[in-house]
Design a protein around this ligand. Structure first.
Ligand code: 4NP
Length: 153
């Protein structure tokens, strides 16, 4: 989850899809991404995100932005927000009982935001890519060691 669903969350979506495929777990893990805002619904990812992912052999060009829906919290076992603003927005939509979490926090990398790279330059996208890739790897390792990645649903 991020704001526009054209920079950070499609990177996380594409990177996670890539490493889950590499781990042979695609049949067991469903991955999606969305934005809290509606400005970019239907749009492909920002070309700077497509470009940095391509440099790492990850194709995200097929992804299209969609807006987060309150029932996503029930549809998915885990909803991770890229920053605290989006975590708050989701929290307000889904109520007290559900618990979306902060992406880097869930990945064991501290209670930090993945900064919004939209208004910055290429370096911002490189930094964010690295952060998200590390986070995705940690999260898949956690799911695998807890047995969740190999169980059928
Ligand atoms: P994202 O980045 O939340 O990582 O997709 C943004 C994309 C677009 C906008 C803001 C952030 N925007 O204001 O249009």
């Amino acid at each position: 989850m991020c704001l526009g669903n054209i920079c950070r969350s499609p990177l996380a979506h594409g990177i996670m899809r890539h490493i889950v495929e590499g781990a042979g777990q695609s049949a067991h893990i469903e991955i999606d991404s969305a934005g809290t805002g509606s400005w970019h619904v239907g749009d492909p990812p920002d070309e700077r995100a497509v470009e940095i992912a391509a440099q790492y052999g990850v194709d995200i060009s097929d992804l299209r932005a969609r807006q987060f829906r309150a029932n996503d919290i029930e549809a998915f076992d885990l909803v991770l927000a890229m920053d605290r603003n989006n975590l708050e927005t989701i929290g307000a939509l889904v109520g007290e009982s559900a618990s979306p979490e902060l992406f880097l926090d869930y990945a064991g990398m501290g209670k930090h935001d993945v900064p919004d790279p939209y208004y910055g330059g290429a370096q911002g996208f490189r930094d964010v890519y690295q952060m998200i890739e590390d986070g995705c790897q940690n999260i898949l390792d956690q799911l695998s060691s807890s047995g969740n990645a190999s169980s059928t649903r």
